[in-house]
Write a new protein. Sequence first.
Length: 146
Amino acid sequence: MPEVVYVRYKSENFSQWALYLGKQDRRMSDTIITLNCLLLPSITKDRSNLSEGSITTLKISTGETVDQLRIMIRERWLHLFEKVPPASILLWKINDTEGVTSFEKQIEVYSSGKRLNETGMPSHDLISKHFSEQPPNDKIHIYIFI
């Protein structure tokens, strides 16, 4: 039976008290990623003013939940979501942009109301379930219906 040693140390990647058995804390494998998020009005005619400026980037750990991302989104756009509970904010991961490479073209596709290959992101899922590594920076990764 291995000897159990308690070690106290301070680090962003480890808990303050760790049980050392030759394994790293689970969070050691977490990665901070940057996600490009697009607010998408649910009414198609309200999408005519979308531009690259409508995209915001958020940094989050892959070990966080989708619910934490929703809270970050709500805090970023407080004026839009002030009276909206986080549970009502729907997030969709864009799986494929069908060869559309520029932000302008991607926004044009979403503005027209066309739905691409997307996946709903339930609040209890870990970010790592949808993004195990940093996705390409030239794509919109998530859209948020408002």
